[in-house]
Design a protein around this ligand. Structure first.
Ligand code: NI
Length: 132
């Protein structure tokens, strides 16, 4: 497996603007809000030096993020790792006990880079983003 670098930590939040303010007070700088209509969510990336967080909130319609918020409230819920070759990384993880829960799709909030979500029963969910 290639040495996967963390791209971001994803947070499920209820009030996007309030969450942005809270991270700004921690020294993070906000990007623009992306309305991801294919996933019915709103997303903001925020950076603090080499650290990056992704704030995700449901856009009024039922989404997988609703379940996270209902069970845990606002919380970090995934770590996203960079890979250089998505199909190769997915095949390797599948061979090591990971299950694909969302096939690779372009993510508008990351310049349409391909992202995939995978699940392992011992550690839960991770996201991969293909950075060439
Ligand atoms: Ni993410």
């Amino acid at each position: 497996m290639e040495n996967m670098k963390v791209h971001h930590v994803g947070y499920a939040v209820k009030k996007l603007e309030k969450a942005v303010e809270a991270f700004e007070r921690l020294g993070y700088i906000s990007g623009d809000i992306t309305e991801d209509t294919s996933r019915n969510i709103r997303i903001v990336f925020m950076e603090n030096g080499h650290e990056r967080v992704e704030l995700v909130t449901p856009n009024g319609v039922s989404t997988p993020v609703d379940g996270v918020l209902k069970n845990s409230g606002p919380t970090p819920y995934h770590i996203c790792y960079e890979v250089s070759d998505m199909p190769a990384a997915v095949n390797e993880l599948k061979a090591n006990g990971w299950m694909v829960i969302k096939e690779p799709t372009p993510a508008p909030a990351i310049g349409d880079a391909f992202v995939t979500f995978l699940y392992n029963r011992h550690v839960g969910m991770i996201e991969l983003v293909e950075i060439k």
